[in-house]
Design a protein around this ligand. Structure first.
Ligand code: NAD
Length: 273
Protein backbone atom coordinates (compact mmCIF):
# COMPACT_ATOMS: atom_id res chain seq x y z
CA UNK A 1 0.00 0.00 0.00
CA UNK A 2 1.24 3.50 -0.78
CA UNK A 3 1.88 5.29 2.50
CA UNK A 4 1.14 9.00 2.47
CA UNK A 5 4.01 11.34 3.25
CA UNK A 6 3.46 13.49 6.38
CA UNK A 7 1.51 16.33 4.80
CA UNK A 8 -0.12 14.36 2.02
CA UNK A 9 -3.90 14.41 1.91
CA UNK A 10 -5.57 11.11 2.86
CA UNK A 11 -7.67 9.88 -0.08
CA UNK A 12 -10.78 8.09 1.16
CA UNK A 13 -13.58 5.98 -0.30
CA UNK A 14 -16.87 5.62 1.58
CA UNK A 15 -18.65 2.25 1.24
CA UNK A 16 -22.34 2.54 2.10
CA UNK A 17 -22.20 6.19 1.03
CA UNK A 18 -25.98 6.47 0.64
CA UNK A 19 -26.71 5.28 4.19
CA UNK A 20 -27.16 7.35 7.35
CA UNK A 21 -23.62 6.77 8.53
CA UNK A 22 -22.17 7.00 5.00
CA UNK A 23 -23.69 10.45 4.53
CA UNK A 24 -22.51 11.59 7.97
CA UNK A 25 -19.00 10.46 7.05
CA UNK A 26 -19.12 12.35 3.75
CA UNK A 27 -20.09 15.50 5.71
CA UNK A 28 -17.31 14.93 8.24
CA UNK A 29 -14.67 14.37 5.54
CA UNK A 30 -15.88 17.56 3.87
CA UNK A 31 -15.34 19.48 7.14
CA UNK A 32 -12.01 17.85 8.09
CA UNK A 33 -8.63 19.15 6.87
CA UNK A 34 -6.14 16.60 5.55
CA UNK A 35 -8.63 14.12 4.11
CA UNK A 36 -10.55 14.14 0.83
CA UNK A 37 -13.26 11.96 -0.68
CA UNK A 38 -12.27 10.23 -3.92
CA UNK A 39 -14.95 7.54 -4.17
CA UNK A 40 -18.43 6.58 -3.00
CA UNK A 41 -19.85 3.08 -3.25
CA UNK A 42 -23.29 1.70 -2.50
CA UNK A 43 -25.38 -1.27 -3.54
CA UNK A 44 -25.90 -1.77 -7.26
CA UNK A 45 -29.69 -1.86 -6.99
CA UNK A 46 -29.87 1.09 -4.57
CA UNK A 47 -31.69 4.34 -5.29
CA UNK A 48 -28.54 6.46 -4.83
CA UNK A 49 -26.57 5.09 -7.82
CA UNK A 50 -25.12 7.85 -9.99
CA UNK A 51 -26.06 10.65 -7.59
CA UNK A 52 -23.48 13.20 -6.43
CA UNK A 53 -22.61 12.08 -2.91
CA UNK A 54 -22.07 15.66 -1.72
CA UNK A 55 -25.63 16.54 -2.75
CA UNK A 56 -26.86 13.41 -0.97
CA UNK A 57 -25.01 14.37 2.20
CA UNK A 58 -26.24 17.97 2.05
CA UNK A 59 -22.87 19.69 1.55
CA UNK A 60 -23.33 20.62 -2.14
CA UNK A 61 -21.78 18.96 -5.20
CA UNK A 62 -18.45 17.18 -4.67
CA UNK A 63 -18.15 15.68 -8.18
CA UNK A 64 -18.00 12.20 -6.68
CA UNK A 65 -20.86 9.95 -7.80
CA UNK A 66 -22.19 6.89 -6.00
CA UNK A 67 -20.97 3.82 -7.89
CA UNK A 68 -21.69 0.09 -7.54
CA UNK A 69 -18.11 -1.07 -7.10
CA UNK A 70 -14.49 -0.24 -6.50
CA UNK A 71 -13.15 1.55 -9.60
CA UNK A 72 -9.67 0.42 -10.58
CA UNK A 73 -8.44 3.94 -11.37
CA UNK A 74 -9.19 5.29 -7.88
CA UNK A 75 -5.95 6.04 -6.10
CA UNK A 76 -7.24 5.67 -2.57
CA UNK A 77 -5.44 5.20 0.74
CA UNK A 78 -8.38 4.06 2.86
CA UNK A 79 -11.92 2.73 2.54
CA UNK A 80 -14.45 3.50 5.28
CA UNK A 81 -17.18 0.84 5.45
CA UNK A 82 -20.58 1.24 7.17
CA UNK A 83 -22.77 -1.28 5.35
CA UNK A 84 -23.82 -4.86 6.09
CA UNK A 85 -21.83 -7.97 6.85
CA UNK A 86 -21.93 -9.49 3.34
CA UNK A 87 -20.94 -6.18 1.73
CA UNK A 88 -18.08 -5.73 4.19
CA UNK A 89 -16.84 -9.23 3.44
CA UNK A 90 -16.75 -8.62 -0.31
CA UNK A 91 -15.02 -5.27 0.14
CA UNK A 92 -12.36 -6.77 2.43
CA UNK A 93 -11.11 -8.86 -0.52
CA UNK A 94 -11.17 -5.92 -2.91
CA UNK A 95 -9.40 -3.49 -0.58
CA UNK A 96 -6.69 -6.00 0.29
CA UNK A 97 -6.11 -6.78 -3.40
CA UNK A 98 -5.76 -3.05 -4.12
CA UNK A 99 -3.55 -2.29 -1.10
CA UNK A 100 -6.17 0.02 0.44
CA UNK A 101 -6.50 0.28 4.25
CA UNK A 102 -9.89 -0.47 5.81
CA UNK A 103 -11.92 1.18 8.58
CA UNK A 104 -14.96 -1.01 9.29
CA UNK A 105 -17.80 0.33 11.41
CA UNK A 106 -20.38 -2.22 10.25
CA UNK A 107 -21.87 -4.17 13.15
CA UNK A 108 -23.26 -7.70 13.28
CA UNK A 109 -20.36 -9.11 11.25
CA UNK A 110 -20.75 -12.81 10.40
CA UNK A 111 -17.88 -15.21 11.08
CA UNK A 112 -17.06 -15.32 7.34
CA UNK A 113 -16.77 -11.50 7.23
CA UNK A 114 -14.50 -11.52 10.28
CA UNK A 115 -12.36 -14.19 8.63
CA UNK A 116 -12.14 -12.07 5.45
CA UNK A 117 -11.05 -9.07 7.53
CA UNK A 118 -8.44 -11.20 9.33
CA UNK A 119 -7.06 -12.26 5.94
CA UNK A 120 -7.07 -8.67 4.65
CA UNK A 121 -5.19 -7.59 7.79
CA UNK A 122 -2.25 -9.73 6.71
CA UNK A 123 -1.87 -7.46 3.67
CA UNK A 124 -3.20 -4.01 4.69
CA UNK A 125 -4.01 -2.23 7.98
CA UNK A 126 -7.59 -2.98 9.05
CA UNK A 127 -9.49 -1.32 11.88
CA UNK A 128 -12.75 -2.87 13.10
CA UNK A 129 -14.83 -0.91 15.60
CA UNK A 130 -18.50 -1.54 16.35
CA UNK A 131 -18.45 1.82 18.14
CA UNK A 132 -16.18 4.47 16.64
CA UNK A 133 -16.96 7.08 19.31
CA UNK A 134 -13.79 8.45 20.88
CA UNK A 135 -15.68 9.00 24.17
CA UNK A 136 -16.91 5.39 24.36
CA UNK A 137 -13.39 4.15 23.63
CA UNK A 138 -12.12 6.21 26.57
CA UNK A 139 -15.03 5.00 28.74
CA UNK A 140 -14.09 1.35 28.06
CA UNK A 141 -10.47 2.10 28.92
CA UNK A 142 -11.46 3.81 32.18
CA UNK A 143 -13.90 0.97 32.96
CA UNK A 144 -11.09 -1.58 32.70
CA UNK A 145 -8.76 0.55 34.78
CA UNK A 146 -11.34 1.30 37.50
CA UNK A 147 -12.52 -2.33 37.73
CA UNK A 148 -8.94 -3.56 38.03
CA UNK A 149 -7.90 -0.90 40.55
CA UNK A 150 -10.98 -1.35 42.77
CA UNK A 151 -10.76 -5.14 42.68
CA UNK A 152 -13.32 -7.88 43.39
CA UNK A 153 -14.87 -6.12 46.41
CA UNK A 154 -16.73 -3.72 44.11
CA UNK A 155 -19.94 -4.85 42.38
CA UNK A 156 -20.16 -3.83 38.72
CA UNK A 157 -23.51 -2.91 37.14
CA UNK A 158 -24.03 -1.38 33.70
CA UNK A 159 -27.06 0.71 32.78
CA UNK A 160 -27.80 1.79 29.22
CA UNK A 161 -30.59 3.94 27.76
CA UNK A 162 -31.61 4.28 24.11
CA UNK A 163 -34.52 5.67 22.08
CA UNK A 164 -37.80 3.80 21.91
CA UNK A 165 -37.14 2.44 18.37
CA UNK A 166 -34.04 0.43 19.20
CA UNK A 167 -34.44 -3.23 18.21
CA UNK A 168 -31.82 -4.98 20.36
CA UNK A 169 -31.15 -5.03 24.09
CA UNK A 170 -28.78 -4.67 25.79
CA UNK A 171 -26.94 -2.45 23.31
CA UNK A 172 -23.80 -3.78 21.63
CA UNK A 173 -21.84 -1.03 23.36
CA UNK A 174 -23.15 -2.10 26.80
CA UNK A 175 -22.08 -5.67 26.04
CA UNK A 176 -18.62 -4.52 24.96
CA UNK A 177 -18.35 -2.51 28.16
CA UNK A 178 -19.43 -5.63 30.05
CA UNK A 179 -16.73 -7.65 28.24
CA UNK A 180 -14.05 -5.27 29.50
CA UNK A 181 -15.39 -5.41 33.07
CA UNK A 182 -15.79 -9.22 32.93
CA UNK A 183 -12.23 -9.66 31.68
CA UNK A 184 -10.91 -7.44 34.48
CA UNK A 185 -12.83 -9.60 36.98
CA UNK A 186 -11.78 -12.89 35.37
CA UNK A 187 -15.40 -13.71 34.41
CA UNK A 188 -17.14 -14.52 31.11
CA UNK A 189 -20.48 -13.55 29.56
CA UNK A 190 -22.33 -16.23 31.53
CA UNK A 191 -21.94 -13.85 34.50
CA UNK A 192 -24.16 -11.20 32.88
CA UNK A 193 -27.58 -10.61 34.50
CA UNK A 194 -29.86 -8.71 32.14
CA UNK A 195 -32.66 -8.40 34.68
CA UNK A 196 -33.71 -9.34 38.21
CA UNK A 197 -37.21 -9.96 39.46
CA UNK A 198 -39.04 -11.96 42.08
CA UNK A 199 -36.58 -13.09 44.72
CA UNK A 200 -33.16 -13.33 43.10
CA UNK A 201 -31.61 -13.33 46.57
CA UNK A 202 -28.32 -11.75 47.55
CA UNK A 203 -26.17 -10.48 44.76
CA UNK A 204 -23.11 -12.67 44.20
CA UNK A 205 -19.65 -11.30 43.45
CA UNK A 206 -19.59 -13.29 40.23
CA UNK A 207 -22.32 -11.41 38.41
CA UNK A 208 -22.47 -8.21 36.38
CA UNK A 209 -25.86 -6.59 35.82
CA UNK A 210 -26.48 -5.11 32.35
CA UNK A 211 -29.80 -3.28 32.33
CA UNK A 212 -31.54 -1.62 29.37
CA UNK A 213 -33.85 1.42 29.59
CA UNK A 214 -35.81 2.50 26.50
CA UNK A 215 -37.55 5.81 25.85
CA UNK A 216 -37.86 8.99 23.83
CA UNK A 217 -35.12 9.91 21.38
CA UNK A 218 -32.08 9.10 23.52
CA UNK A 219 -29.15 8.42 21.14
CA UNK A 220 -27.21 6.36 23.67
CA UNK A 221 -26.26 6.66 27.35
CA UNK A 222 -24.01 4.15 29.14
CA UNK A 223 -23.06 4.08 32.81
CA UNK A 224 -20.82 1.68 34.70
CA UNK A 225 -21.44 1.62 38.46
CA UNK A 226 -18.77 0.11 40.70
CA UNK A 227 -20.31 -0.17 44.15
CA UNK A 228 -18.26 -1.02 47.22
CA UNK A 229 -18.67 -0.66 50.97
CA UNK A 230 -19.53 2.96 51.76
CA UNK A 231 -18.84 4.34 48.27
CA UNK A 232 -19.43 3.92 44.58
CA UNK A 233 -17.73 5.07 41.40
CA UNK A 234 -19.85 5.87 38.34
CA UNK A 235 -18.49 6.32 34.83
CA UNK A 236 -20.92 7.71 32.26
CA UNK A 237 -20.90 8.46 28.54
CA UNK A 238 -23.79 10.29 26.85
CA UNK A 239 -24.12 10.60 23.09
CA UNK A 240 -25.96 13.73 21.99
CA UNK A 241 -25.30 13.67 18.24
CA UNK A 242 -24.82 10.72 15.84
CA UNK A 243 -22.03 12.57 14.03
CA UNK A 244 -19.69 11.53 16.85
CA UNK A 245 -19.45 8.08 15.22
CA UNK A 246 -18.49 9.68 11.90
CA UNK A 247 -15.85 11.89 13.52
CA UNK A 248 -14.28 8.87 15.20
CA UNK A 249 -14.28 6.88 11.94
CA UNK A 250 -12.64 9.73 10.01
CA UNK A 251 -10.04 10.15 12.74
CA UNK A 252 -9.35 6.40 12.51
CA UNK A 253 -9.04 6.66 8.70
CA UNK A 254 -6.44 9.41 8.98
CA UNK A 255 -4.54 7.44 11.62
CA UNK A 256 -4.55 4.05 9.90
CA UNK A 257 -3.05 5.06 6.55
CA UNK A 258 0.44 5.22 8.01
CA UNK A 259 0.24 1.95 9.95
CA UNK A 260 1.67 -1.41 8.87
CA UNK A 261 -0.64 -4.28 7.92
CA UNK A 262 -2.48 -5.71 10.92
CA UNK A 263 -5.73 -5.65 12.87
CA UNK A 264 -6.46 -2.53 14.95
CA UNK A 265 -9.28 -1.04 17.01
CA UNK A 266 -10.18 2.40 18.35
CA UNK A 267 -7.91 1.96 21.36
CA UNK A 268 -4.94 1.87 19.01
CA UNK A 269 -6.07 5.15 17.40
CA UNK A 270 -6.06 6.83 20.82
CA UNK A 271 -2.78 5.21 21.88
CA UNK A 272 -4.49 3.38 24.77
CA UNK A 273 -2.58 0.11 24.57
P1 NAD B 1 -28.14 2.41 6.68
O1 NAD B 1 -29.10 1.30 6.40
O2 NAD B 1 -28.67 3.81 6.73
O3 NAD B 1 -26.96 2.38 5.59
C1 NAD B 1 -26.35 1.20 5.14
C2 NAD B 1 -25.86 1.45 3.72
O4 NAD B 1 -25.18 0.29 3.26
C3 NAD B 1 -27.03 1.71 2.74
O5 NAD B 1 -26.74 2.84 1.95
C4 NAD B 1 -27.07 0.43 1.94
O6 NAD B 1 -27.56 0.64 0.60
C5 NAD B 1 -25.62 0.03 1.96
N1 NAD B 1 -25.49 -1.38 1.60
C6 NAD B 1 -26.21 -2.42 2.07
N2 NAD B 1 -25.86 -3.56 1.44
C7 NAD B 1 -24.88 -3.22 0.58
C8 NAD B 1 -24.15 -3.95 -0.37
N3 NAD B 1 -24.34 -5.26 -0.52
N4 NAD B 1 -23.19 -3.29 -1.08
C9 NAD B 1 -23.00 -1.97 -0.93
N5 NAD B 1 -23.71 -1.21 -0.07
C10 NAD B 1 -24.64 -1.84 0.67
O7 NAD B 1 -27.42 2.01 8.04
P2 NAD B 1 -26.51 2.92 8.97
O8 NAD B 1 -27.30 3.45 10.10
O9 NAD B 1 -25.72 3.87 8.12
O10 NAD B 1 -25.53 1.81 9.59
C11 NAD B 1 -24.67 1.06 8.75
C12 NAD B 1 -23.86 0.09 9.63
O11 NAD B 1 -23.05 0.85 10.55
C13 NAD B 1 -24.72 -0.81 10.50
O12 NAD B 1 -24.08 -2.07 10.61
C14 NAD B 1 -24.74 -0.10 11.85
O13 NAD B 1 -25.00 -0.96 12.92
C15 NAD B 1 -23.31 0.41 11.87
N6 NAD B 1 -23.07 1.55 12.80
C16 NAD B 1 -21.86 1.56 13.42
C17 NAD B 1 -21.52 2.62 14.24
C18 NAD B 1 -20.14 2.66 14.85
O14 NAD B 1 -19.87 3.49 15.72
N7 NAD B 1 -19.24 1.78 14.41
C19 NAD B 1 -22.41 3.68 14.44
C20 NAD B 1 -23.65 3.64 13.77
C21 NAD B 1 -23.96 2.56 12.95
Amino acid sequence: MSEPAPREITRAIVHGAGGRMGRAIVRTIHDTPGITLVGAIDREDGTTQGLDVGELAGVGPLRVSVEPSFRDDLEAHVLIDFTRSEATERMAHRAAARGVALVVGTTGLEASARAALDRAAKVVPVLVAANTSVGVTVLAYLAELATTLLGPGYDAEIIEMHHNQKADAPSGTALRLADVVLAAKGLDRSAIRTGREGKPGSRTRDEVGVLALRGGDVIGDHTLVLAGAGERVELTHKATDRSLFARGAVRAAQWIVSRPAGLYDMRDVLGLR
